[in-house]
Design a binder for this molecule. Structure first.
Ligand code: SF4
Ligand code: SF4
Length: 739
């Protein structure tokens, strides 16, 4: 038995299970050349036109773009950019009805063509000087996705790492009405083969198999002619049967290989590309012409000009229909795609995209609407027609029951939604619609399960992280505790010594303060005692002076020698007081003063020894001055007559009293007061005869003395004067009594 490759080389073609033979209805379009449409007023360009994610937007509203300029960029492998089909201005970027059975809005860029059709700078590549990476990047950057209907990114399919045995070019185009690939092969077979060359450069297959249905003789001839110079390029015609263009079905037709359930063709060494994709690859690499247009079959009996047109991507369906003489009828249906796998459009503003190969506008008679669904009669016609060897009636039951496990068990995922089962169903059951809903439900459940799985993984990762951090904290704390324990063990004696040293330092710091406080208390106590003694002494002296004055007043007949002695005693007392005041001026404080006031000099001295020394020096100087003054006054008094002595006695007494009182407050004031008293005494002594005469006729002695003492208590000078007057009066009275 010849090997598989020998059989392929020999032109062997196999068959697949099931399939149907609907009316082809291709002659209305495959006999006419490709038409060119007038420039539309607006182009609606969805940012995602493939299986994957949209690219990053590169333009903004109001920006003018050139033909072929990228509107988005491919920032990851699953992204494919879109390009401006012509030059113009970006009017808006907003959601618009998508060319999808769900009709959900997709982000769409609206471009207003300026009619100039101005190209951007183009940089064709020389494939003989390019490596695979450059070629793949050019394919991706040109926005090429599978043009057979799936829309899978071509650069991913062309950059596989697995070894490739066969590169299959799908040119079957089995669905009724559609002839876009047929016309493309008829008119651009050479470019298609150049595109196949580029794909072979990327995949390095053993052989290239180009599958074409046997109802396309012109296209087949054109492709054979274009491939005549290529070794291992094999153009194979396959019987016209729907769905021969299915990936798995065509692989089985050309290689007799079956793709296992849940696997991809690359897993058996096969890569399949659409013939339109090969053409787009050649344009992208050799002409730097991105995917901005495609051939679309516009068919249906409501059109006066059924034909294939080269439509810019983004052209509204309404523009295509208008260009082909569209005459809508009541309840007109417009189908994007063929009658078997297409879907009805919600409105005519839906644009042409990369996967749009046909716009069908049939009449009601031509393509009747589905009638009312009836119950399944279990005829198994659907199973016989299924090219994937599935059991469509079981899938129907489980789809209605939403039993996803059973659906998986019956390989719903292998359903290619060809519609062959529904086409043959006598009960008019829209089986494919049920399968699409079930698939969407399963996808949603899978997304939810994936989310739950990811959330669970995050939760577990978080728990692991928390546990790890907890263990790390525990270990760290244990290490710190061990270090502390070791430190305490090694330095226990030092710690005790340190504690004792701290206590001693505190005590040493507190001792001077305590000593200072103790000395201060003793000084205050001694000061109080001394003040008390001085007060007693001063009081005793004052009593002695008063008694002496009283004796003089009671025995005025005594001799002048007695008065002079009393004056001398008084002067001696005054000098003693002045000396004391000079020695400790700050201690001559009134007994009524508070302890705080008495302590002020001490505190001041403690606070500032220099100030205290200066104050003491000043006080001593003043006391000396006062003492000298007193000595001079005493000497002068002793040399004068008896009357002046008596007056001086009185003046000195009052001066002593005054000085004693004022010296307590200010030694300087005391000296001034003493000088004033002496001056007045002299003056009084000079005027004594007149005063004695006047005094002999006035009041008795006792009241005068009382008045004098009262005045002394209030004003020392007045007191001195009053005392002198009183003594003079008393002497005068005594003289008068003696006589
Ligand atoms: S073809 Fe229709 S009626 Fe017949 S078994 Fe399938 S689903 Fe049921
Ligand atoms: S639509 Fe699915 S189940 Fe029906 S014939 Fe096609 S592959 Fe089979």
């Amino acid at each position: 038995m010849p090997s598989l490759f020998k059989q392929i080389q020999a032109g062997t073609v196999w068959d697949f299970h099931g399939g149907i033979h609907p009316p082809a209805r291709k002659t209305q379009t495959n006999q006419k050349p490709i038409a060119t449409l007038p420039m539309p007023d607006r182009l609606y360009i969805p940012l995602r036109q493939h299986i994957g994610v949209p690219g990053q937007l590169l333009v903004q509203i109001g920006q003018r773009v050139l033909k072929g300029q990228a509107l988005t960029s491919a920032d990851n492998s699953m992204a494919v950019p879109v390009h401006a089909p012509t030059s113009g201005v970006v009017l808006s970027i907003a959601p618009h009805t998508s060319p999808h059975p769900s009709a959900l809005p997709e982000l769409t860029l609206v471009l207003a063509p300026d009619g100039l059709d101005e190209w951007r700078v183009r940089e064709p590549l020389n494939i003989s000087h390019c490596d695979k990476v450059q070629l793949l990047n050019r394919i991706q950057d040109s926005g090429i996705a599978g043009m057979g209907g799936a829309g899978f990114p071509t650069h991913l399919k062309s950059g596989v790492a697995q070894p490739v045995d066969y590169l299959i070019i799908n040119a079957v185009e089995c669905e009724p009405y559609i002839s876009a690939d047929d016309l493309l092969m008829q008119e651009a077979a050479t470019t298609i083969v150049k595109g196949i060359d580029i794909l072979c450069r990327l995949l390095s297959p053993k052989a290239v198999l180009i599958g074409i249905e046997d109802d396309k003789p012109i296209a087949t001839a054109a492709m054979k002619a274009a491939c005549s110079q290529r070794e291992h390029y094999y153009v194979r015609t396959v019987p016209t049967k729907y769905p021969s263009g299915g990936e798995k079905q065509l692989i089985q037709l050309l290689t007799n290989k079956e793709v296992p359930n849940g696997r991809r063709p690359i897993d058996i060494g096969i890569v399949m590309q659409n013939v339109g994709t090969a053409f787009a690859v050649a344009q992208a690499v050799l002409d730097d012409h991105p995917l901005i247009s495609r051939i679309v079959t516009v068919a249906g009996d409501t059109l006066s000009q059924q034909q294939n047109v080269l439509a810019l991507l983004g052209t509204p369906v309404s523009d295509l229909l208008d260009a082909c003489g569209f005459q809508p009828e009541h309840k007109q249906r417009i189908i994007m795609g063929g009658p078997m796998m297409g879907f009805t459009l919600p409105d005519l503003s839906v644009p042409v995209v990369k996967t749009t190969n046909c716009i069908l506008a049939p009449t009601v008679a031509e393509l009747p609407a589905a009638t009312e669904e009836m119950d399944c009669i279990r005829c198994s016609a659907c199973a016989d027609a299924c090219p994937a060897s599935l059991l469509p009636q079981q899938l129907l039951w489980y789809s209605k029951a939403r039993d996803n496990e059973k659906l998986a068990e019956y390989n719903l995922a292998d359903c290619i939604e060809c519609g062959a089962c529904a086409y043959v169903c006598p009960s008019e059951i829209p089986l494919v619609q049920y399968y699409r809903v079930a698939k969407a439900d399963i996808r949603e459940q899978q997304r939810e399960a994936l989310k739950a799985e990811q959330a669970k993984a995050r939760f577990e990762a978080r728990n692991e992280r928390l546990e790890r951090e907890k263990q790390e904290r525990l270990e760290r704390n244990q290490q710190l505790a061990a270090a502390r324990q070791q430190q305490q063990t090694s330095g226990a004696g030092n710690a005790v010594a340190d504690a004792l040293a701290r206590i001693k330092a505190k005590q040493a710091q507190a001792a001077p303060q305590d000593e200072q406080n103790k000395a201060q208390i003793l000084a205050e106590r001694e000061l109080k005692k001394q003040q008390a003694r001085e007060y007693q002494q001063q009081k005793a002296q004052q009593q002695a002076v008063e008694e002496h004055a009283e004796q003089h007043s009671q025995t005025p007949a005594t001799s002048n020698s007695t008065d002079s002695k009393a004056a001398a005693v008084a002067a001696a007392i005054a000098r003693a007081q002045a000396k004391k005041a000079a020695q400790k001026p700050e201690q001559l404080i009134k007994p009524a003063q508070s302890v705080d006031e008495m302590n002020k000099p001490v505190r001041a001295a403690e606070a500032d020894p220099r100030k205290a020394a200066i104050a003491a020096a000043i006080a001593r100087a003043k006391a000396k001055q006062q003492a000298q003054t007193e000595t001079e006054s005493e000497t002068k008094t002793e040399t004068e007559t008896t009357a002046p002595l008596i007056a001086a006695d009185a003046v000195n007494k009052s001066a002593v009293e005054s000085n004693a009182a004022s010296a307590i407050e200010d030694p300087r004031k005391a000296a001034v007061a003493a000088a004033l008293a002496r001056a007045k005494a002299k003056k009084q002594a000079n005027a004594e005869p007149t005063e004695q005469t006047e005094a002999s006729t006035t009041d008795p002695v006792v009241p005068e003395t009382v008045v004098a003492e009262t005045v002394v208590a209030e004003d020392p000078r007045k007191a001195a004067i009053a005392a002198a007057i009183a003594r003079a009066k008393a002497r005068k009275q005594a003289d008068s009594e003696n006589s």
